[in-house]
Design a protein around this ligand. Structure first.
Ligand code: MN
Length: 278
């Protein structure tokens, strides 16, 4: 691990709290955003989400841990997200979508917890047709270490010899690991990919350094990392491993649009305003 990025809590969408490592930069390419949504306990009728909004030029990936959400987009896709489900939405040339609490969840209230990450696309793929992969928890491969102390949900890429089923435009690794006290795992990050680890519960040892709850650790290129949790730890460690290629292209970003030039951003805004993303 070469450095760490701290996290701030900010309000997103209609006003729900997220923990967000800032800054995401060229060092975190191709990941533009990593939001931990909650955990937040909503009262009955209190839950809010993100009503209709556009995206162009990248992918939004939602992974829910607790709660229940509904998705719908202008390409005609819709679905529900329950704990463990993943929605990998490639906006490409553009969609308008909504990400809202499920009506039953909204009525009853409860805990919402999950992640949304934004994955940039190279210029050659920014205007690809939108794509939608809605994967229920039971189809996400789970692999457990021989001693049973480490569990890995393989959302993208591979771990412990298990490959993911989600197809990504560029090579992406996205793993959710749960390590019990005394658990240990060696994970390799392919050479040429930027690797990073986000810890969201407990205290993780990465080689001889530690990563605390709410910290993003940036790995060195081509690193094989040994992740472990002290035997005397009082709680499990949960973490995400993310890796992807450095996209060496200029980034022009305006709200929900991520392109390469200001002109392409203006085009995206014009296309949205004239109804071409609908
Ligand atoms: Mn969105």
């Amino acid at each position: 691990m070469k450095s760490t990025v701290p996290t701030r809590t900010v309000l997103e969408g209609g006003g729900f709290p997220v923990r967000r490592p800032i800054p995401m930069s060229a060092l975190t390419s191709p990941f533009l955003l990593l939001d931990e949504m909650g955990p937040v306990e909503w009262p009955a009728n209190g839950a809010i989400g993100a009503p209709n909004h556009p995206h162009r030029g990248f992918e939004t990936v939602t992974y829910l841990l607790q709660g229940r959400m509904n998705h719908a987009d202008s390409a005609g896709n819709s679905g529900e997200l329950n704990p463990g489900d993943v929605q990998w939405m490639t906006a490409g040339r553009g969609v308008i979508h909504s990400e809202l609490p499920h009506p039953d969840f909204k009525r009853e209230g409860g805990v919402m917890h999950g992640f949304q990450i934004w994955v940039n696309l190279p210029a050659a793929d920014k205007m690809m047709p939108p794509r939608y992969q809605d994967v229920p928890a039971e189809e996400i491969p789970i692999v457990t270490s021989e001693d049973g102390l480490v569990k890995v949900r393989v959302i993208a890429g591979q771990s412990l010899g298990q490959s993911a089923i989600i197809d990504t435009v560029i090579p992406i690794t996205y793993l959710h690991m749960t390590l019990k006290p005394g658990g240990k795992i060696t994970q390799s990050i392919k050479k040429g990919l930027n690797g990073m680890i986000y810890c969201f519960s407990g205290r993780l040892n990465i080689e001889d350094r530690t990563l605390n709850d709410g910290q993003l650790g940036l790995l060195s290129d081509g690193e094989v990392v040994c992740l472990s949790v002290s035997e005397s730890a009082e709680e499990d460690v949960n973490l995400l491993v993310l890796a992807g290629p450095q996209i060496n292209e200029p980034i022009a970003r305006y709200g929900p649009f991520v392109m390469n030039t200001e002109q392409e951003i203006m085009q995206a805004v014009n296309d949205y305003n004239s109804g071409k993303l609908a």
